[in-house]
Design a protein around this ligand. Sequence first.
Ligand code: FMC
Length: 269
Amino acid sequence: MALHEDQIQVTEVEKAMETASTSEKKTISTILIIIAMQTEALPVVNRFHLSEDPDDVFPKGVPWVRYHGIYKDLHINLIWPGKDSLLGVDNVGTVSASLVTYASVLALKPDLIINAGTAGGFKAKGACIGDAFLASDVAFHDRRIPIPVFDLYGIGARKVFCPSNMLKELNLKVGKLSTGDSLDMSPHDEASILANDTSIKDMEGAAVAYVADLLSVPAIFIKAVTDVVDGDKPTAEEFLQNLVTVTAALDHAIVQVVDFINGKCLSEL
Ligand code: FMC
């Protein structure tokens, strides 16, 4: 007997729910770590003894670099978007972050994405230099479209997977992450950041979250604070001064997080 259209829809929803709950119960085996800067990435590469991938999973000619290896029961892939071919600096920001996330998810089919990096922190929200944060929500602070509904699309605020057991067990702070393509903060950005109730500010997180949602892969965001945005030091100066020491704190947080993930399924996180 042929199924009715609404019966077919119910069956599809049931199937989707079944797939979601199966993947929540499956032990996590492949993780994808996205890190924007080489200085942030190399301590993690060394820590997990990852090696650079000679057979490219990415299109020919792109600067993106994949490091991979086995750590405990996990296949770890760390992707760094490489350097700009003209200027020789790291490909930071939302454009590269979304491209590498998209290409990596298609090629590597991870169970979980970890976007890790440095960020500015707001002391009004309890952030101090060297703190490691897990994001509860993400939004963009530099996409202003003052037309009804497009305004909300621009901000793109979304809750992200924020593992409660991990938070309980590890020494991580939790807060909202706001993303934009500038290291400094214009008065417009500041207004949006305050409206978004932001604790930390970066240049990649919300872009990675957008692609992760698009491709239905859970993603978590670990950010270590290099500079206090509402403090009195100029951001660029403070960022450069603290970058190397804070990457050690970031590396430490990533190892704790990966150790916690090992052997667990998503619903246990
Ligand atoms: N504002 C925005 N981004 C950052 C930041 C701040 N106060 N401190 N650290 C960062 C991160 C960004 O995500 C970039 O990857 C890099 O460090 C700065 O170019």
